[in-house]
Design a binder for this molecule. Sequence first.
Ligand code: SF4
Length: 347
Amino acid sequence: MVERVTTASDPTDAVLSESALSVHGVCDYVVNVATGCRHGCAFCYVPSTPPVRARKDMICAESGVESPRSDWGSYVLYRDDLPERLDAHLDRKRTWHETERGRGIVGVSFSTDPYMDDRAAGIATDVIRVLADHEKYVRVLTRNPTRALRDLETFVDAGEYVTVGTSIPSLNAEAVRALEPHAPAPASRLDALRSFAEAGVQVYALASPTYPDQDRAALRRLLERIATVDPAVVFHEPFNVRSARMSATRSHARDCGDRDLADAFDRLSGTDAWIEYALEHSRQVLELGADLSLPIHLCPHWQLTRAADGAVRKWFEAWRERQPPESFAGRPLSDDAPLSTPDFERR
Ligand code: SF4
């Protein structure tokens, strides 16, 4: 069988990068085990980011693809020696960047999936071991927690230093397959996360990005299923229609024959419709989360915040200032008062 994905080694010497994800309380650093991701999610923002855009010539030369952005999902350049380089880097490092919201946490990996396959998993698990040995807190994010589960012992050994999470945008497996064509099904992600939780590993979830055709009942079913793994926090984010990958997202939805989803994406083309959907989903996720005793943290994208105005803009901005209600990395549970949600009409 011909391999769908071209693989090679990544010649980068990057080890540990400071991260803007601190604004959402996710982490202060990221470590990426590879460039490229075999899951090839249609909406993925990574191919539009500087680490991919600025390294276009290298990626094309190493992988043979013509466009790192259009060919996203068809190449992976692995950083096989990353664990050794990270270990040496941490031995030498004398200062540690720790913001109030990011808590010095290291995200593994947010520009690729660290458990997308065995080669990436081998690197990721060694990276977790190195970070935990240096007493650094690690937030692992993967759409393939089933593969990560094979290295459960490392997670258990890392104890309080690690939390593992997965994205569950919808329980509609067909729709998820349309937009995340090579990632495992949502049910298997949840099953694996539950196994982590049962082994005593702290878990979290991302209800993200929630699809515009999900009504309140669908969001409730999604959160009810997520609640079964008892996550320390559930991050929520709606789609960013200003993303450069939005047209690819629309065509994936249309190509898979899901007319409802494709039509729902088409209806989001105007700014008002986008903000109305984002606000409505955010509000419902918060209400349902309260109903289900789920700790919810909203992560509105800066482009969404900037597109809104009035009370809605202030509300999204306020969420970018808040602590996630997650006890991890020495962070006490937030005692922030709840924010009242504005009506779309009053913005
Ligand atoms: S798993 Fe994450 S990094 Fe990989 S394609 Fe999907 S969204 Fe992008």
